[in-house]
Design a protein around this ligand. Structure first.
Ligand SMILES: N[C@@H](CCC(=O)N[C@@H](CS)C(=O)NCC(=O)O)C(=O)O
Length: 270
Protein backbone atom coordinates (compact mmCIF):
# COMPACT_ATOMS: atom_id res chain seq x y z
CA UNK A 1 0.00 0.00 0.00
CA UNK A 2 1.56 3.27 -0.93
CA UNK A 3 0.73 6.55 0.71
CA UNK A 4 -2.03 8.99 -0.04
CA UNK A 5 -4.65 7.63 -2.36
CA UNK A 6 -3.68 3.98 -1.82
CA UNK A 7 -7.25 2.94 -1.46
CA UNK A 8 -9.13 5.83 -2.88
CA UNK A 9 -10.85 4.58 -5.99
CA UNK A 10 -9.47 5.94 -9.23
CA UNK A 11 -11.81 8.68 -10.41
CA UNK A 12 -12.54 6.98 -13.72
CA UNK A 13 -13.70 3.88 -11.91
CA UNK A 14 -15.64 5.66 -9.22
CA UNK A 15 -19.02 4.37 -10.39
CA UNK A 16 -17.97 0.80 -9.71
CA UNK A 17 -17.48 1.36 -6.03
CA UNK A 18 -19.98 -0.47 -3.88
CA UNK A 19 -20.61 2.44 -1.50
CA UNK A 20 -24.21 3.37 -0.98
CA UNK A 21 -24.58 5.03 2.41
CA UNK A 22 -23.88 8.38 3.94
CA UNK A 23 -20.37 9.53 4.68
CA UNK A 24 -18.80 10.58 7.95
CA UNK A 25 -21.43 8.96 10.12
CA UNK A 26 -20.16 8.43 13.63
CA UNK A 27 -19.40 4.90 14.84
CA UNK A 28 -20.24 3.26 11.53
CA UNK A 29 -19.64 4.05 7.93
CA UNK A 30 -21.45 3.87 4.68
CA UNK A 31 -23.25 0.61 4.20
CA UNK A 32 -22.21 -1.55 1.29
CA UNK A 33 -23.88 -4.45 -0.46
CA UNK A 34 -21.01 -6.72 0.62
CA UNK A 35 -21.13 -6.50 4.40
CA UNK A 36 -21.39 -4.04 7.23
CA UNK A 37 -18.32 -3.07 9.23
CA UNK A 38 -19.12 -3.38 12.90
CA UNK A 39 -15.56 -2.95 14.09
CA UNK A 40 -15.97 0.52 15.59
CA UNK A 41 -19.03 -0.31 17.65
CA UNK A 42 -17.43 -3.53 18.93
CA UNK A 43 -14.38 -1.74 20.20
CA UNK A 44 -16.51 1.02 21.66
CA UNK A 45 -17.81 -1.38 24.28
CA UNK A 46 -14.37 -1.64 25.87
CA UNK A 47 -13.00 0.17 28.93
CA UNK A 48 -13.21 3.98 28.86
CA UNK A 49 -10.24 6.19 28.04
CA UNK A 50 -11.50 9.76 27.83
CA UNK A 51 -12.35 11.49 24.61
CA UNK A 52 -10.84 9.47 21.79
CA UNK A 53 -11.99 9.56 18.20
CA UNK A 54 -10.58 7.60 15.26
CA UNK A 55 -11.20 8.89 11.76
CA UNK A 56 -10.87 5.98 9.36
CA UNK A 57 -11.96 4.18 6.26
CA UNK A 58 -12.97 0.53 6.56
CA UNK A 59 -10.63 -0.90 3.90
CA UNK A 60 -7.49 0.94 4.96
CA UNK A 61 -4.74 -1.30 6.37
CA UNK A 62 -3.31 1.80 8.04
CA UNK A 63 -6.55 2.39 9.91
CA UNK A 64 -6.50 -1.29 10.94
CA UNK A 65 -3.21 -0.65 12.71
CA UNK A 66 -4.78 2.04 14.89
CA UNK A 67 -7.80 -0.16 15.58
CA UNK A 68 -5.55 -3.09 16.52
CA UNK A 69 -3.51 -0.94 18.91
CA UNK A 70 -6.64 0.47 20.58
CA UNK A 71 -8.11 -3.01 20.92
CA UNK A 72 -4.91 -4.50 22.33
CA UNK A 73 -4.73 -1.67 24.85
CA UNK A 74 -8.40 -2.16 25.76
CA UNK A 75 -9.10 1.51 25.18
CA UNK A 76 -12.54 2.67 24.07
CA UNK A 77 -13.01 5.15 21.25
CA UNK A 78 -15.49 6.55 18.83
CA UNK A 79 -14.99 5.43 15.23
CA UNK A 80 -15.88 7.82 12.44
CA UNK A 81 -15.92 6.50 8.87
CA UNK A 82 -14.59 9.04 6.37
CA UNK A 83 -15.65 9.24 2.74
CA UNK A 84 -12.27 9.75 1.06
CA UNK A 85 -14.00 11.12 -2.02
CA UNK A 86 -15.68 13.81 0.06
CA UNK A 87 -13.48 14.52 3.06
CA UNK A 88 -15.08 16.08 6.12
CA UNK A 89 -14.06 19.42 7.60
CA UNK A 90 -13.00 17.69 10.80
CA UNK A 91 -10.77 15.33 8.84
CA UNK A 92 -9.18 18.03 6.67
CA UNK A 93 -8.55 20.33 9.61
CA UNK A 94 -7.11 17.44 11.66
CA UNK A 95 -4.68 16.22 9.00
CA UNK A 96 -4.16 19.20 6.68
CA UNK A 97 -0.68 18.06 5.62
CA UNK A 98 -1.35 14.54 4.30
CA UNK A 99 -5.18 14.44 4.31
CA UNK A 100 -5.02 10.69 4.92
CA UNK A 101 -6.65 8.30 7.36
CA UNK A 102 -6.13 7.26 10.07
CA UNK A 103 -6.33 10.29 12.32
CA UNK A 104 -6.65 9.82 16.06
CA UNK A 105 -8.13 12.74 17.95
CA UNK A 106 -7.41 12.62 21.67
CA UNK A 107 -8.97 15.31 23.82
CA UNK A 108 -9.40 17.46 20.71
CA UNK A 109 -5.76 17.10 19.57
CA UNK A 110 -5.09 15.17 16.34
CA UNK A 111 -2.34 12.59 15.88
CA UNK A 112 -1.57 11.58 12.27
CA UNK A 113 0.26 8.73 10.49
CA UNK A 114 -0.57 5.17 11.49
CA UNK A 115 2.78 4.14 12.94
CA UNK A 116 2.96 7.35 14.98
CA UNK A 117 -0.61 6.77 16.16
CA UNK A 118 0.27 3.22 17.30
CA UNK A 119 3.28 4.53 19.23
CA UNK A 120 1.18 7.35 20.69
CA UNK A 121 -1.50 4.93 21.89
CA UNK A 122 1.18 2.80 23.54
CA UNK A 123 2.69 5.80 25.32
CA UNK A 124 -0.55 7.60 26.19
CA UNK A 125 -2.07 4.49 27.81
CA UNK A 126 0.92 2.78 29.45
CA UNK A 127 -1.18 1.09 32.13
CA UNK A 128 -3.70 -0.52 29.80
CA UNK A 129 -3.46 -3.82 27.96
CA UNK A 130 -0.15 -4.94 26.50
CA UNK A 131 2.95 -2.79 26.06
CA UNK A 132 3.63 -2.64 22.34
CA UNK A 133 7.09 -1.08 22.19
CA UNK A 134 9.97 -2.91 23.89
CA UNK A 135 11.23 -1.35 27.13
CA UNK A 136 14.87 -1.69 26.07
CA UNK A 137 15.98 1.28 23.89
CA UNK A 138 18.00 -0.90 21.51
CA UNK A 139 15.14 -3.36 20.99
CA UNK A 140 12.82 -0.39 20.54
CA UNK A 141 15.12 0.95 17.82
CA UNK A 142 15.16 -2.45 16.09
CA UNK A 143 11.35 -2.63 16.22
CA UNK A 144 11.08 0.87 14.72
CA UNK A 145 13.55 -0.12 12.00
CA UNK A 146 11.45 -3.08 10.89
CA UNK A 147 8.20 -1.15 11.14
CA UNK A 148 9.66 1.52 8.84
CA UNK A 149 10.93 -1.24 6.54
CA UNK A 150 7.42 -2.67 6.24
CA UNK A 151 6.09 0.72 5.14
CA UNK A 152 8.93 1.74 2.83
CA UNK A 153 9.95 -1.53 1.20
CA UNK A 154 6.94 -3.84 1.43
CA UNK A 155 3.71 -1.84 1.62
CA UNK A 156 4.90 0.86 -0.81
CA UNK A 157 5.62 -1.36 -3.86
CA UNK A 158 2.77 -3.71 -2.99
CA UNK A 159 0.29 -0.83 -2.99
CA UNK A 160 1.50 0.12 -6.46
CA UNK A 161 0.48 -3.33 -7.74
CA UNK A 162 -3.08 -2.00 -7.43
CA UNK A 163 -2.24 1.11 -9.40
CA UNK A 164 -0.44 -0.09 -12.52
CA UNK A 165 -1.57 -0.12 -16.11
CA UNK A 166 0.60 -2.92 -17.49
CA UNK A 167 1.46 -6.48 -16.57
CA UNK A 168 5.20 -5.61 -16.71
CA UNK A 169 4.80 -2.91 -14.07
CA UNK A 170 2.75 -5.24 -11.92
CA UNK A 171 5.44 -7.95 -12.14
CA UNK A 172 8.17 -5.48 -11.16
CA UNK A 173 6.29 -4.21 -8.09
CA UNK A 174 5.50 -7.79 -7.07
CA UNK A 175 9.20 -8.63 -7.41
CA UNK A 176 10.08 -5.74 -5.07
CA UNK A 177 7.35 -6.82 -2.64
CA UNK A 178 8.60 -10.42 -2.55
CA UNK A 179 12.17 -9.21 -1.97
CA UNK A 180 10.94 -7.18 1.01
CA UNK A 181 9.03 -10.17 2.40
CA UNK A 182 12.19 -12.27 2.15
CA UNK A 183 14.13 -9.67 4.14
CA UNK A 184 11.32 -9.33 6.66
CA UNK A 185 11.65 -13.04 7.41
CA UNK A 186 15.05 -12.15 8.89
CA UNK A 187 13.45 -9.25 10.77
CA UNK A 188 10.97 -11.63 12.37
CA UNK A 189 13.81 -13.91 13.42
CA UNK A 190 15.74 -10.97 14.87
CA UNK A 191 12.84 -9.37 16.75
CA UNK A 192 11.12 -12.53 17.99
CA UNK A 193 14.29 -14.39 19.00
CA UNK A 194 12.57 -17.58 17.91
CA UNK A 195 9.27 -16.81 19.65
CA UNK A 196 5.79 -16.49 18.14
CA UNK A 197 5.61 -12.78 17.38
CA UNK A 198 7.86 -9.88 16.50
CA UNK A 199 7.14 -8.76 20.09
CA UNK A 200 8.25 -12.14 21.51
CA UNK A 201 5.64 -14.25 23.28
CA UNK A 202 3.02 -11.58 22.72
CA UNK A 203 2.26 -9.05 19.99
CA UNK A 204 4.28 -5.86 19.84
CA UNK A 205 4.66 -2.76 17.71
CA UNK A 206 5.92 -4.51 14.54
CA UNK A 207 3.15 -7.10 14.81
CA UNK A 208 0.57 -4.31 14.82
CA UNK A 209 2.21 -2.52 11.87
CA UNK A 210 2.31 -5.71 9.80
CA UNK A 211 -0.96 -6.99 11.27
CA UNK A 212 -2.90 -4.11 9.74
CA UNK A 213 -2.07 -5.60 6.34
CA UNK A 214 -3.25 -9.14 7.08
CA UNK A 215 -6.66 -9.03 5.39
CA UNK A 216 -5.03 -7.48 2.32
CA UNK A 217 -2.37 -10.22 2.29
CA UNK A 218 -5.12 -12.84 2.39
CA UNK A 219 -7.20 -11.05 -0.22
CA UNK A 220 -4.15 -10.76 -2.51
CA UNK A 221 -3.46 -14.49 -2.06
CA UNK A 222 -7.04 -15.30 -2.98
CA UNK A 223 -6.87 -13.18 -6.10
CA UNK A 224 -3.45 -14.43 -7.22
CA UNK A 225 -3.81 -18.05 -6.14
CA UNK A 226 -0.36 -17.75 -4.56
CA UNK A 227 1.01 -17.01 -1.11
CA UNK A 228 2.76 -13.73 -0.31
CA UNK A 229 4.02 -15.25 2.95
CA UNK A 230 4.98 -18.56 1.43
CA UNK A 231 5.52 -21.54 3.73
CA UNK A 232 8.50 -22.81 1.74
CA UNK A 233 10.30 -19.46 1.29
CA UNK A 234 9.32 -17.59 4.44
CA UNK A 235 8.11 -20.20 6.94
CA UNK A 236 8.32 -17.88 9.94
CA UNK A 237 6.12 -15.26 8.32
CA UNK A 238 3.71 -17.90 7.03
CA UNK A 239 3.28 -19.22 10.59
CA UNK A 240 3.07 -15.66 11.92
CA UNK A 241 0.19 -14.89 9.53
CA UNK A 242 -1.84 -17.83 10.86
CA UNK A 243 -1.04 -17.02 14.49
CA UNK A 244 -1.83 -13.34 14.11
CA UNK A 245 -5.15 -14.11 12.43
CA UNK A 246 -6.17 -16.21 15.44
CA UNK A 247 -5.78 -13.34 17.92
CA UNK A 248 -8.98 -11.93 19.43
CA UNK A 249 -7.86 -8.45 18.39
CA UNK A 250 -7.40 -9.55 14.78
CA UNK A 251 -10.78 -11.26 14.69
CA UNK A 252 -12.48 -8.20 16.19
CA UNK A 253 -10.76 -5.59 14.08
CA UNK A 254 -9.53 -6.84 10.72
CA UNK A 255 -11.60 -6.54 7.56
CA UNK A 256 -13.57 -9.43 6.16
CA UNK A 257 -11.31 -10.92 3.48
CA UNK A 258 -14.12 -11.48 0.94
CA UNK A 259 -15.06 -7.85 1.25
CA UNK A 260 -11.47 -6.76 0.62
CA UNK A 261 -11.29 -9.11 -2.40
CA UNK A 262 -14.38 -7.49 -3.91
CA UNK A 263 -13.18 -4.01 -3.07
CA UNK A 264 -9.66 -4.49 -4.42
CA UNK A 265 -10.81 -5.90 -7.76
CA UNK A 266 -11.65 -2.40 -8.93
CA UNK A 267 -7.97 -1.41 -8.70
CA UNK A 268 -6.60 -4.27 -10.74
CA UNK A 269 -5.93 -3.93 -14.47
CA UNK A 270 -8.93 -5.15 -16.42
N1 LIG B 1 1.54 6.90 5.71
C1 LIG B 1 0.13 6.95 6.00
C2 LIG B 1 -0.65 6.34 4.87
C3 LIG B 1 -2.14 6.50 5.06
C4 LIG B 1 -2.90 6.37 3.74
O1 LIG B 1 -2.30 6.30 2.65
N2 LIG B 1 -4.21 6.38 3.84
C5 LIG B 1 -5.04 6.35 2.66
C6 LIG B 1 -6.08 5.24 2.80
S1 LIG B 1 -5.29 3.66 2.81
C7 LIG B 1 -5.78 7.66 2.52
O2 LIG B 1 -6.22 8.22 3.50
N3 LIG B 1 -5.96 8.15 1.29
C8 LIG B 1 -6.74 9.32 1.07
C9 LIG B 1 -6.20 10.21 0.02
O3 LIG B 1 -5.07 10.00 -0.39
O4 LIG B 1 -6.87 11.14 -0.39
C10 LIG B 1 -0.15 6.26 7.34
O5 LIG B 1 0.61 5.36 7.68
O6 LIG B 1 -1.10 6.64 8.02
Amino acid sequence: MDDAGCLEPPRDRVNHIPTTGTSNSTTQEASTPISIDRIGSEVKKMAGAGELKLLGMWASPYVSRAKLALHLKGVSYEYVEEDLGNKSELFLSSNPVHKTVPVLIHGGRPVCESSIIVQYIDEAFPGSGVLLLPADPYERAVARFWAAYIDDKLAAPWGKVYRVETEEERAEYMRQTHAAVDALEGGLEECSKGKAFFGGDGVGYVDVVLGGLVSWVRAGDRLSGGRLFDEAKTPRLAAWLERFGELDAAKAVLQDVDRVVEYSKQFLPK
